[in-house]
Design a protein around this ligand. Sequence first.
Ligand code: URA
Length: 264
Amino acid sequence: MRLDRFLVESSIGTRQKVRDYVKAGLIKVNGKITIEPSIDVSEETDVIKYKDVIVELGKKRYYMFHKPGGCVTARTDSNCKTVMDYFSKENMEGIFHVGRLDKDTEGLLLFTNDGEFNKRLMSPEEDVKKTYFFWALGSLNDKEKELLEKGIYISKDEAITKPAKIEVVHEGIWKEFKSQLQVVKFYKAKGNNEKQSVVAGYLTISEGRKHQVKRMLKAVGCYVIYLKRVSIGELKLDEDLMQGEYRELKEDEIKLLMKDHYNE
Ligand code: URA
């Protein structure tokens, strides 16, 4: 196969970019710099390096990202910072985000170039659970929690939500939780918040409708002021990752996410 094709299929860059890399002397074939993108290489016997790192043909890539609030989940945006702006530009060709988080939502977002992995995590039939930690204005009684768990109408044109799980961890007034509420960055109170009822908890859902957590909580009278995705399936956000940082998923983490997929 041609060297430039090999590099494109290994997600090093677009056709144009990889040709530029070759011409810039960044590619070695069997230890020697080559500046000819059209030469034939063998994916079985030749050792091809980009910036001195071995390139593996068609290598699947998986990343965990700690999304900060304030950036949009998109590859490009003319007005706003995107999640892609946090990644180094190299080796990101063909990499896409798995699902979306709202601009003000923080937390676990996965990236890959593996379509099967994306399907596994995003198809509603796969029933992969996603857990969100929230702070909301309002309160939740037993009846409202039961509604959230059993299924609730969040708009007149949509089906009832699938069964979910709610766990309330804090309930009271703003004043009592002032220090924890410092995480709230994208909500501006109209007046004095001190006596406002607030509730915090975890909501686990297995669908990915637009603004689903916010809309489910709104349907029971709660207004979400902070939202963070903390897990997808059995994979938890690595709390050692600072906001805006990413790392490759480990082999066992990928297996954890894919496990029921191949066993079915
Ligand atoms: N539900 C929401 O409302 N927002 C998100 O970003 C994710 C789930």
